[in-house]
Design a protein around this ligand. Structure first.
Ligand code: FAD
Length: 262
């Protein structure tokens, strides 16, 4: 079990950042579900839960999701459903169980940059920006590829667009980590195909998506599926081999495209 010498419920992000920078042994606390699996002994645990960052709100152009928002809140949010369809409910329903998702936060899930993350796969298929205290606002893909500097993830901002979405995943058993996950979206004739748990973290198959039109025929879909497995890398781990993942990617992407075209 991990340990904390001190616990601080901060009053502002400035205070949180100052504390974070004081020592490499100080740490931001999310829902603690991943952290509690480790044994690291930290000095100060920095709790952001008094800062009103556990909310999903709407601006003229975007839906903003605070870092302390539990995954379950995203999964059941009428606002997210209204704009992005069942993407988040379908993506999150396989993550352990409801009690777990009542605690796991958006911030902890995105900041950890896990390859298996259903959360990151779903967000990758949308136009998502990440607001960081120090590094400012960056696109989700920039965030995923930048050096892991110590920072505070404040919120995710998703552009409001008329978008159709679909999420597909394969697990060996319910609630296990995904063997592969796929999020597909269609917005103004432009497709996005995000594939995660390859086992590396989610990335967009951009060339493959560009082959699709709004109503693609079988030939175009087949070309797209071939392009997905050529464009993205697929690896082997204890859950599956790379060849199996490539076969699976074609199946799941095809299901996603067909579900949107239906
Ligand atoms: C057994 C198990 C099974 C899981 N299965 C899945 C799965 O199938 N699919 C899936 O997508 N996910 C899965 N997860 C991951 C889970 O959904 C959460 O992503 C994970 O628990 C982290 O969220 P948390 O809020 O608990 O973060 P914590 O454990 O509190 O923190 C994780 C890390 O993020 C940092 N952090 C937290 N918040 C911030 C912030 N605002 N700014 C900067 N850094 C921050 C912490 O310092 C820490 O380093 C699983 C986790 C576990 C433990």
């Amino acid at each position: 079990m991990f340990g904390l010498k001190e616990y601080r419920a901060v009053q502002s992000l400035d205070e949180a950042h100052e504390l974070l920078m004081q020592s490499r042994d100080n740490v931001i606390l999310g829902g603690l579900l991943w952290m509690k699996m480790g044994r690291k002994q930290y000095h100060t645990g920095i709790d952001l839960s008094g800062l009103g960052l556990n909310m999903i709100s709407e601006t003229e152009d975007s839906i903003d999701i605070g870092c302390m928002t539990p995954l379950r809140q995203m999964e059941t949010s009428p606002l997210l459903h209204q704009w992005f369809g069942p993407l988040f409910s379908d993506a999150f329903k396989g993550i352990v169980g409801v009690q777990f998702r009542n605690l796991a936060t958006l911030g902890g899930s995105v900041y950890s940059r896990f390859g298996f993350s259903d959360v990151i796969t779903a967000l990758t298929a949308l136009d998502t920006q990440i607001h960081l205290y120090q590094a400012g606002t960056v696109s989700l893909s920039e965030f995923l590829n930048m050096d892991q500097k110590r920072d505070i993830l404040i919120k995710a901002v998703i552009r409001k667009q008329a978008v159709k979405t679909n999420f597909q995943t394969r697990r060996k058993s319910a609630t296990d980590f995904p063997v592969l996950s796929v999020a597909v979206s269609l917005c103004n004739g432009q497709w996005k195909i995000a594939v995660g748990a390859r086992p590396s973290r989610a990335a967009l198959a951009k060339k493959a998506a560009d082959l699709l039109s709004s109503e693609p025929d079988e030939e175009k879909i087949t070309a797209t599926l071939d392009s997905v497995v050529n464009e993205l890398s697929f690896g082997t781990d204890q859950r599956a081999g790379s060849d199996y993942r490539k076969v699976l990617a074609k199946v799941l992407v095809k299901r996603g495209i067909n579900a949107i075209c239906r």
